[in-house]
Design a protein around this ligand. Structure first.
Ligand code: FAD
Length: 463
């Protein structure tokens, strides 16, 4: 009834308005620092619902935010006033093990896709926290445990169904709209709303060999040297991460170390277990090891290992950078930053890239920085939203700044805060940026989809 009164014709989902019982739950996103009050939340159950919602938003000149998993760091999937097109009910997954393809709804979270695919011994290389959305992560790139072997998530995007700025539903394939498919592989939500992702599935062993080891921060420099030495020669089958964290009060960590800064070195290997064990040996023997958690495990277990370190609802401020060659001074600076962490929930994460990521020619997708050696993410998270956050933000900013000498030249679209247009442009690189702006002019000339890391339509002179 409300839908008809509002002129939201053809919409069969749920419209949530301020004052409705579930309004506050529905406007909440993962980053607890974001507190916005949309005028309408349209919970969609089909591509037709999404199309109706887009037409409604355009007709009423509403800012449109699109919500997949709700994990955007700057909270791009919720807006002040305006319309949220919420895709979270669209969680269908179809696995075709013969064709090795998955048809994935835009509200699906990685936990669901990982377990549906693993049942067939298959996986899409995805993010490393299982409650993150497949949609946003795929459209911005997608770096995870399997990326060195099977590429980024966007490299595994074969086709998509898309609702355009005019409310049309189109099929995007290599044959129909190859330019658009190129743009969806890294260009974010700039060109429309994806209502179905066709993703390539890749074989994984069950179990695979993975896990992590913990060192006290005093031993971190030696352990990081071993980690980076291994990274320089690692085969594609070996995924590698290192993180500077605060030791949680977990039973496997000696009580004297609870609440102290630590280094976690983590790996995932998709080959024979004996080979994996030999390869990761330097990660276990680099000093005063506190915890050794390597061994056979399922991919779905690996994918949830650090879920608890990224709980929803806490304020977060993160900065990220693609990195070039790394040396001993980099390690020293990184470890220094961990001694100064202002919250036990904060962390510095180093993901080793290269392998299959680097082998895709730069012009083949809209994703930038394929040549980087690693991605650095400095994330502060703190427990109290009402307390002053400046110390936490300053630590993030100062740590990120201290690492600039090792920058490969820009940041990662999926890890950008609200850092301004120049930084978005930098994240793509000049040639890709110009191509994206031309594509945006073709598919969204009025910038209907602007609540994202925005590409201005056709704006070749933007600075
Ligand atoms: P949302 O906030 O729903 O969406 C993010 C952006 O995508 C918004 O601009 C939104 O409008 C747009 N969007 C969403 N769905 C659609 C759609 N169907 N069509 C068009 N546009 C859409 N990144 C990695 O690469 N690897 C990781 O391991 C990783 N781990 C993370 C862990 C955590 C805890 C968090 C918070 C983030 C992580 N990220 C990682 C970053 C992640 O890729 C981005 O935050 C991503 O945007 C999340 O997607 P989402 O669908 O959950 O977010």
């Amino acid at each position: 009834m409300t839908n008809r009164l509002l002129g939201l014709t053809g919409f069969t989902g749920t419209l949530i308005l301020p004052g409705d019982a579930d309004y506050h739950e529905a406007r909440r996103v993962w980053n607890g620092a974001i507190d916005r009050f949309p005028a309408f939340i349209a919970r969609c159950s089909s591509a037709e619902d999404v199309a109706a919602a887009v037409r409604f938003g355009v007709r009423h000149d509403l800012a449109i935010a699109v919500r997949g998993g709700g994990h955007s760091f700057p909270g791009l999937s919720v807006c002040e006033g305006g319309l949220v097109i919420d895709l979270s009910p669209m969680r269908s997954i179809e696995i075709d093990p013969e064709a090795r393809l998955a048809q994935v709804g835009p509200g699906v979270l990685w936990a669901q896709l990982d377990s549906a695919a693993e049942a067939h011994g298959l996986a899409v290389p995805g993010g490393e926290v299982s409650h993150t959305g497949v949609a946003g992560l795929t459209l911005g790139g997608g770096v995870g445990w399997l990326s060195r072997q099977y590429g980024l998530t966007c490299d595994n995007l074969i086709a998509a169904q898309l609702v355009t700025a005019t409310g049309d539903i189109i099929e995007v394939t290599e044959d129909a709209h190859p330019d658009l498919l190129w743009g969806l592989r890294g260009g974010g939500g700039n060109f429309g709303i994806v209502t179905r992702f066709t993703l390539r599935l890749n074989p994984i062993p069950i179990p695979l060999y993975a896990g992590m080891a913990l060192y006290p921060l005093a031993s971190a420099e030696a352990a990081l040297k071993s980690f980076l030495d291994l990274a320089r020669t690692a085969p594609d089958a070996l995924g590698l991460n290192a993180a500077l964290i605060t030791a949680p009060p977990a039973p496997f960590i000696p009580p004297r170390l609870h609440g102290t800064p630590m280094l976690a070195v983590a790996a995932c290997h998709t080959g024979a277990h004996a080979e994996a064990e030999a390869l990761i040996r330097p990660l276990r023997t680099a000093g005063d090891l506190v915890f050794d958690g390597f061994g056979p495990m399922s991919y779905t277990v690996l994918q949830t290992l650090v879920d608890d370190s990224a709980p929803a609802g806490f304020p977060v401020y993160a900065r990220a950078e693609w990195l070039g060659p790394l040396d001993d001074l980099f390690i020293e600076r990184l470890v220094e930053s961990a001694w100064r962490m202002t919250s036990p929930m904060s962390q510095v994460l180093l993901r080793i890239t290269g392998g299959a990521i680097a082998r895709v020619p730069a012009a083949d997708t809209a994703f930038g920085f394929r040549h980087a050696t690693a991605m650095l993410t400095v994330a502060s998270m703190w427990p109290d939203r009402t307390a002053s956050d400046s110390a936490h933000r300053d630590w993030t900013q100062e740590t990120w700044q201290a690492m600039q000498p090792w920058s490969a030249g820009g940041g990662y679209v999926n890890h950008l805060q609200d850092e301004g247009p120049q930084r978005v442009r930098q994240a793509y690189g000049e040639q890709t940026w110009q191509r994206l702006a031309t594509l945006k002019q073709k598919f969204d000339p009025d910038n209907v989809f602007h609540l994202n890391h925005n590409i201005p339509p056709g704006d070749l002179t933007a600075s």
